[in-house]
Design a protein around this ligand. Structure first.
Ligand code: AMP
Ligand code: MG
Length: 490
């Protein structure tokens, strides 16, 4: 067999000293078979068309290019509030970084390529269901314009992995990320009181994600501020589409501001801020409406790691860092209100807008109305056209009252009806990856039928289309189709 073609790899993370990572080669698999390949992303990464033929061997980990430097990254993290000083990539191996067509550095990481020094008792593998789930949901998030890691390929391994329910087919996902540095990466070194290493990580993150901070007076304090700002915006964007991450541990909070680690994530059907799908989130710590407070908590953990860098005397650093964390709720609220205004079709700002948004949500919640279709219905109503039956708002007195107030408010907004409707249709998705459809698609894929997965993937890549071909992906689940719980499948 000939060696795979070298990829245009760079290795800035692997160039850091070895406490930051462990060298580890992927474990070859029995019979790699390409399940999904993301051509658009491959082009964006500057990979040539010939690479698709090698993807099966390279992205299963069976034969990595000679210029890859496979490593598992070290990190710690608070899992459901409990600190674990050593987690690390237990089933992920970074191959290297490539510079994409826009000049952005992106990590190429295999997820499920076999054990690493951080695997503890895990097998280092991934099952086909969770792999395709990440592929599908991350593509949906990207199409919705929400910062996210992406999926380049899913390769079946031809081997079984053993999970709670017994043997299931295995697969390897290639994840593409702006970086894989998490709050937990900082925590790993802070827990060891290795402040020099914390500084190295912080420098790496500034150079990579916040280069504008290289020349400011207080880089570490500014870094905390900048990471908090991206998180505030990210969570507002999640809330705008009904996304529930499900496992917002500090090791699953990327400092780049991308959504990362699609495990038991789910989208709301009916609106309920207390909604939890994840089977492991028994206390509702990561409920839909709790995501902003949780990120604030995670950011406070990051702040603790940065204190010794922020000022020589911790007594000086603490009030400054605390001020950033305390400002988070208002920053989140600012972004949330901005996305809500655009969802409601408002291009101007008035004091009553926040109440208007809350009252709409309350009217949806009162009758357990669908979150996505509720907002999408507004696009039709903003035009005063008779909306289609599927897109009707609940006909309750509260909703009727709200609608009148909203129409009065729209009348004071400067945009033309046409402009407004076009903007609303580009901000209120018609198609999201509904849990019951994801579930059906993954079940079929486990049985060897990829057609439902491919159809759903194509639909979620066009979230704003509500044409006839989209209708079956827009419909909320029938009672017997409802998915009540999601699992991480690790
Ligand atoms: P996650 O829930 O995916 O964020 O993972 C939490 C930690 O468990 C990380 O350190 C993972 O690398 C590790 N982990 C999860 N699944 C496995 C597995 N099958 N084998 C080894 N480590 C795993
Ligand atoms: Mg994780």
């Amino acid at each position: 067999m000939t060696d795979p073609t070298p990829l245009p790899f760079e290795h800035t993370y692997a160039a850091l000293p070895d406490p930051f990572w462990r060298a580890v080669a992927p474990t070859p698999v029995a019979a790699p078979r390409l399940l999904a390949y993301n051509r658009a992303l491959a082009r964006e990464l500057g990979l040539d068309e010939g690479f698709e033929h090698e993807a099966e061997v390279v992205l299963s980990g069976n034969d990595v290019p000679a210029n890859a430097r496979p490593i598992a990254m070290a990190y710690a993290g608070h899992q459901f509030g409990h600190f674990v000083p050593q987690l690390g990539d237990g089933r992920a191996i970074l191959l290297g970084e490539v510079i994409d067509r826009h000049g952005q550095r992106r990590d190429l990481q295999l997820k499920g390529p076999g054990p690493t020094p951080f695997s503890r008792n895990g097998d280092g593998r991934a099952a086909i269901g969770p792999v395709l789930r990440e592929f599908l949901v991350s593509e949906a998030m990207f199409a919705l314009g929400i910062p996210t890691t992406r999926s380049l390929a899913a390769v079946a391994t031809g081997e079984a992995v053993f999970r709670d329910g017994g043997p299931v087919p295995g697969a390897v996902l290639t994840r593409v990320a702006a970086s894989h540095v998490r709050i937990g990466t900082f925590q790993y070194f802070a827990a060891r009181e290795d402040w020099q290493a914390v500084r190295v990580v912080a420098d790496h993150v500034i150079a990579r994600h916040y280069p504008e901070l290289q020349s400011v007076q207080r880089p570490w304090l500014s870094l905390l501020h900048a990471i908090a700002e991206r998180q505030a915006e990210l969570i507002a964007r999640w809330m705008s589409v009904g996304f529930i991450h499900g496992v917002m541990n500090t090791d699953n909070t990327a400092v780049s501001g991308e959504t990362i680690d699609y495990g038991p994530c789910a989208f709301l059907d009916e609106y309920d801020p207390a909604k939890v799908f994840s089977s492991i989130d028994r206390q509702g710590r990561y409920a839909f409406g709790h995501q902003a407070p949780v990120v604030r908590w995670n950011l406070a953990r990051l702040a603790e790691c940065l204190l010794p860098l922020i000022a020589d005397d911790p007594a000086d650093a603490l009030p400054e860092a605390t001020a950033v964390i305390d400002a988070f709720p208002a920053r989140f609220q600012h972004h949330w209100l901005a996305v809500m205004r655009s969802k409601l079709g408002l291009s101007s700002a008035e004091d009553g807008d926040e109440a208007l948004a809350h009252e709409f949500l309350e009217a949806l919640q009162a009758v357990a109305a669908d979150y996505t279709l509720g907002f999408r219905a507004l696009c039709g109503l903003a035009d005063d056209h008779e909306p289609e039956a599927l897109l009707a708002l609940p006909k309750t007195p509260a909703m009727e009252t709200w609608r009148l107030r909203w129409h009065e408010r729209l009348a004071r907004d400067p945009r033309s009806v046409q402009e407004r409707v076009a903007a609303m249709k580009a901000t209120n998705p018609a198609v999201i990856p509904r849990n019951h459809l994801v579930h059906e698609a993954l079940l079929a894929a486990e049985q060897g039928d990829l057609a439902p997965f491919e159809a759903l993937l194509a639909a979620v890549r066009r979230p704003w289309d509500d044409g006839p071909e989209a209708a079956k992906f827009m419909t909320p689940p029938e009672p017997e189709q409802r998915v009540l719980q999601t699992f991480c499948g690790t």
